[in-house]
Design a protein around this ligand. Structure first.
Ligand code: DC
Length: 234
């Protein structure tokens, strides 16, 4: 229990790839002593195991049954969130370029989305969760007390990924920008729970701004939302 801010709320942070959602969400959770849930990591875990088991991303029934039976666990770790798939630590493997290239296809699968959304809602029932993804404010947690849509220009998002990967990754900034644009398109144009800003979400453009500034802004919105709930209850 957070003694200073006892009224726990749920915070949904959605936005396109590379907008800084996971860094920001993790820091906001730590400031508020909330639990951070990276929903992209869950879709990545399903994708990683599917590829390793030789399942085709077009095999809808195979993916559905994998998602239904795969046990995905998210644990807080020293260097960020640790992801287990059936007890196997896949934290590093889910960030490979192969997984990144296939995850949009896998996450467009209706049965996979249904299963992941159900697991995500369960994680948020006790409140005090900061959840990042694409459809958290619109679909997974439509009643989240604070919704943020975090974005940045495609060039800036590609530059951040490029710096993260380093020179040895064998990929140019232009290639990364193209991959990001392609993923944005697939995530926004898919039929089920596409990436879009919820009507009641706060839009934050992180282009040219520091992580600290964004975190402080979201924390202050969060405290305001929690405070008005507390005032309503008194
Ligand atoms: O945030 P990320 O790049 O790790 O997400 C990986 C993919 O998962 C991304 O291409 C879109 C998908 N995703 C989704 O469809 N819904 C979510 N709530 C989170 C991620």
């Amino acid at each position: 229990m957070n003694v200073r801010y006892p009224h726990r709320i749920n915070i949904a942070i959605d936005g396109p790839a590379g907008a800084g959602k996971s860094t920001v969400a993790r820091l906001v959770a730590s400031r508020l002593q909330y639990v951070y849930v990276d929903t992209g990591a869950m879709y990545r875990a399903v994708t990683c195991i599917a590829l390793e088991r030789g399942l085709a991303v077009a095999d809808e029934a195979g993916l559905a049954s994998l998602a239904d039976t795969l046990d995905i666990t998210l644990l807080p770790g020293e260097g960020g969130q640790v992801v287990l798939a059936d007890g196997d630590d896949v934290t590093d493997r889910i960030r490979s370029r192969e997984v990144t290239a296939s995850v949009s296809r896998v996450s467009a699968n209706a049965a996979v989305r249904r299963r992941m959304s159900e697991l995500q809602r369960r994680m948020a029932t006790a409140k005090g969760v900061v959840m990042d993804g694409r459809d958290i404010g619109t679909h997974v947690l439509p009643d989240a007390e604070l919704k943020v849509f975090l974005t940045a220009s495609p060039r800036e998002r590609a530059t951040r990924r490029y710096l993260e990967l380093g020179d040895d990754a064998g990929v140019t900034l232009d290639q990364l920008e193209q991959e990001i644009a392609q993923r944005d398109r697939m995530d926004s144009e898919r039929e089920i729970a596409p990436l879009r800003q919820a009507a009641d979400a706060v839009l934050i453009d992180s282009t040219g701004r520091t992580v600290t500034e964004i975190v402080e802004e979201i924390v202050s919105f969060g405290l305001k939302a929690a405070g008005s709930i507390a005032a309503g209850e008194n």
